[in-house]
Each structure stands twice: as structure tokens, then as C-alpha cells.
Design a protein around this ligand. Structure first.
Ligand SMILES: [Zn+2]
Length: 461
């Protein structure tokens, strides 16, 4: 299975340059593992999870933590019990952690405890490399300080939390080379506290986070304007990395890299998987960190240098989000379960689960990707060897194209490729790693602008 190859096939017909035909590899088979994972994701499981979450009345970060039936404490303990149940079924494959921090802030006037619920499935051969999926369990009404009123949070973010739990249920039945982390976060609505706690936990445990997939508001299909979209999910990715230094920015402005952060190339990878594995369901790549002037738990991960993206439904319903539950002039307000489209949410959950599996089966992208060839007709691409890679693939595209279009396989352990008559001035370049059984990593763009392992963060900056 070659994900990027399948992406290429999906893009056949685009004007990709005169060299393209000679470099298009034969069609590759799809991965039976990924097909089986996608098939195992069930709408009824997602519905049962959101029903249970809504049943806790409110999951506001400052709500009751002692009750066993109402409030965020009960909801978190229930999530923990789900992870424990999955772990029993896989003979203890999940390690459950509850990072906790007492915080105060603009939206947390009294010192209050933020608790994340994490389940960690250690990789078999590359356990320090980590793929994270997250959603936030806390909910709110119009007044962000109102911890008492019913705040069902079915879509925001029961849908993301259910996606995390479903990924854990399905993926814990399998073994993967890299580590998978299922993260249910608190304190998002009060100021991304759970996301910050997760980022710190990852740093403290020296995780090399290759990808963080944040799911927030992923289950609604009818917009405030009545327009319905069941066939797309938006994937938001930053263009230039949050941790870029002024020197790196100067170089990047000159040579390019504005649309090739590791997060952006992760988004391209996800888009390719949707094309290959989910019929009638596609990614709308949004060239932004988040929705306009709004935030999410991918932001604290980006802030420490980890590649991170946000999944959000194609069209939002603003009468449902952050509203008091009521009917006014015949309009339903509030985040109730009746607005969640479970067939749609299942597609989002499938895309997340196969992305995690594909990343965790593939080798990491090559590090230290370099290009040379100024004042020459040819371009030399080089990279550092990757322990688990059986081969590599060099990719290039027109500088104004959104997706990688041309590629050439590099076999036999070589870590350089000379592209004859491909002028360095005219194309963007990247390299992926491929495992012996055909799983391909995302494409890494050269230099600090594109590095999946941020050189600054790796040095403990
Ligand atoms: Zn949210």
C-alpha cells in the first residue's frame, strides 16, 4: 500500500509537468489492515458514547467533580472506565494516565484542578515515536462561567471525545510499531488548559510526537443557514511553524516553505487517505491553524513544536454551539444530541483511526532533508537514513500546486537522488520513508520549515 501513490492516482489528470508520466509508479494494493480498521468503526458506538456524555448534565470544567451522575468528574471517571474495559480486552495493552494540574486564570477565578484522561498503547518496535488523537470533554453554555446549567455538549465536543474513544476501541485490537495516545482533555473552553497539560506531559516524557490529531466539533452536517454537507471534513493546518526562529523565517521567506510545515504535510497525508479509503468522503484542506480567530487544543501542541492539525465538520451550526438549551421563535438552541449525524461522525472517526494506523505502521519521515543544485540543470535531494525504512520516495511539485504530484522511488538503501533536468528553482521537493510492507510516511519538506522533529524543540529549547 502506498498512500501517497494512491493520492497521486486520485490527482491524475492535473497538469503535473512533462516528467510526470515517467515517474508515476504502478497502482499499489490497499492495506487490508486499514480497510478492516475503517470497517470496525460503528455509528452506534459513537451514539452510545455521546448519549452517555450528555447524560452527565454538564461537563463544565468548574462543575461538580464528586457526584457519580452529574458533572465533569463523573464524566472523566466514565471515560477512564471505558479505557480500562478496552485494556482488559487486549490483555493490558493500554496504560491509563491522569495528568493533573491546579490552575487559575481569567476564566478560572479560584484554583481548580484540570485533569486529562490518557490511554497509551505502546508501540512494538518504535515506542518513543507517538501519534496522538484528542478531543475535549468539557462543555459550556453561553456564559462561559456558568458551571451549573445543563450543557449537553453533544457536538462540542462530545463528538471529538467519542471519536477518541472509538479510535481506542478499534485500534487497541491491533499492534502498531509506534505508540498511540488517546487523549480526552479538560479545560478547553476555559483557555486550552488540557491541551497545554498534554503538551507538557509529552515534553516531560520525551515523546517524539509525529502527529497530533485534534477533533473538535466533528458531528454536525447542517449549517446555521440550512446548508447540508455530509461528504467533507475540514482539516486545519498551520502554514509556517509556530516555533520558527527569526533566522529560519528569513531563509524560508526567500526560498519557500510557507505552505509546507510538517502540519501541512500531515494534512496532505490525511487527505490522501480519505481519497484512497473512504468512498464519497473528502478532506477540505484549510490553510489556517484554526477557524478564523478561534482556537483549539492543537495550538498548545504546535507551540512546543509538534506537528498538529484540527478536524472540524464541513459546516457548523452556531445556534447549537455555546448556547443555553431553549427554543426561541421556533429555533432550537443548545448542543443537543439530535443534531449529531452519526453516519457522518463515523466517517470522521474512520479517517482518524486509519490515519493513526497508517502513521504508526510507516517509518518516521526522513530527517535532514536537503536540496542542492543552484545554477545547474539538475537537483540533488538527500536525507538521513531511517532505521525502519526499506525504501524512500522523493516527491516534487510545481511551487503553486496544493498536492505532491511527481515522485520517484529510491531503493537499495541510497539516501540521495539526482533528479536530472529538474531545475531546483522551479519545484518544491520532499521525501517520504516506506516500510518493507509498503506503508509510506508523510512527505517531509527540506530544512527546519518542514522538519517533523523540530530542531529547536529536540534540543530542549
Ligand atoms: Zn470545542
Amino acid at each position: 500500500m502506498r498512500i501517497a501513490t494512491l493520492l497521486l492516482i486520485a490527482l491524475a489528470g492535473l497538469p503535473v509537468g512533462a516528467l510526470a508520466d515517467a515517474d508515476v509508479p504502478p497502482p499499489a494494493a490497499k492495506s487490508p489492515l486499514l480497510i478492516s480498521i475503517a470497517g470496525d468503526v460503528k455509528p452506534e458506538e459513537l451514539r452510545a458514547t455521546i448519549s452517555k456524555l450528555v447524560g452527565f448534565g454538564t461537563r463544565h470544567t468548574l462543575s461538580d467533580t464528586k457526584s457519580n451522575t452529574r458533572g465533569i468528574g463523573a464524566a472523566r471517571r466514565w471515560v477512564k472506565s471505558r479505557f480500562e474495559e478496552f485494556s482488559r480486552q487486549c490483555k493490558g495493552c493500554l496504560q491509563i494516565q491522569l495528568p493533573e494540574q491546579t490552575v487559575t486564570g481569567e476564566r478560572i477565578p479560584q484554583p481548580s484542578s484540570i485533569v486529562d484522561v490518557l490511554a497509551i498503547q505502546r508501540g512494538t518496535s518504535d515506542p518513543d515515536r507517538v501519534v496522538v488523537i484528542s478531543g475535549h470533554i468539557d462543555s459550556r453554555v453561553r456564559d462561559v462561567m456558568d458551571a451549573k446549567s445543563d450543557a449537553p455538549g453533544a457536538d462540542d465536543d462530545g463528538s471529538g471525545t467519542a471519536t477518541v474513544i472509538e479510535a481506542a476501541r478499534v485500534l487497541s485490537k491491533q499492534k502498531f510499531r509506534a505508540t498511540l495516545v488517546y487523549a480526552v482533555l479538560s479545560g478547553e473552553e476555559q483557555g486550552l488548559y488540557g491541551g497545554k497539560l498534554l503538551a507538557q506531559f509529552a515534553r516531560d516524557h520525551h515523546w517524539s510526537v509525529e502527529a497530533a490529531l485534534n477533533n473538535d466539533i466533528v458531528g454536525n452536517t447542517v449549517g446555521t443557514n440550512g446548508v447540508k454537507d455530509t461528504t467533507h471534513v475540514r482539516v486545519f493546518s498551520e502554514g509556517t511553524r509556530s516555533t520558527e526562529t527569526p533566522e529560519q523565517a528569513t531563509r524560508r521567506r526567500y526560498n519557500g516553505g510557507e505552505v509546507d510545515s510538517p502540519s501541512r504535510n500531515l494534512a496532505r497525508f490525511v487527505s490522501g487517505l480519505a481519497d484512497a479509503y473512504l468512498a464519497g468522503f473528502n478532506v477540505r484542506m484549510i490553510y489556517r491553524t484554526d477557524r478564523y480567530s478561534r482556537g483549539g487544543d492543537q495550538v498548545p501542541m504546535l507551540a512546543v513544536g509538534f506537528p498538529a492539525i484540527r478536524f472540524t465538520e464541513a459546516i457548523e451550526n452556531y445556534t447549537r454551539e455555546h448556547e443555553d438549551v431553549r427554543i426561541e421563535n421556533g429555533v432550537h438552541y443548545g448542543d443537543l444530541i439530535d443534531a449529531v449525524d452519526f453516519a457522518y461522525l463515523a466517517q470522521v472517526a474512520r479517517l482518524n483511526a486509519i490515519t493513526m494506523a497508517a502513521l504508526a505502521m510507516a517509518p518516521p519521515p526522513p530527517a535532514e532533508v536537503k536540496i542542492e543544485g543552484a545554477v545547474s540543470m539538475d537537483t540533488k535531494v538527500s536525507w538521513s537514513p531511517v532505521a525502519d525504512a526499506a525504501s524512500y520516495r522523493v516527491w516534487w511539485r510545481d511551487t503553486a500546486e496544493p498536492h505532491w504530484s511527481n515522485n520517484r522511488a529510491v531503493v537499495g538503501g541510497a539516501t540521495t537522488l539526482l533528479l536530472k533536468d529538474v531545475n531546483i528553482d522551479d519545484w518544491f521537493f520532499g521525501v517520504s520513508s516506506v516500510s518493507a510492507d509498503g506503508y509510506e510516511s508523510p512527505v517531509e519538506f527540506p530544512g527546519p520549515a518542514g522538519a517533523f522533529v523540530d530542531p529547536g524543540a529536540a534540543a530542549g529549547k
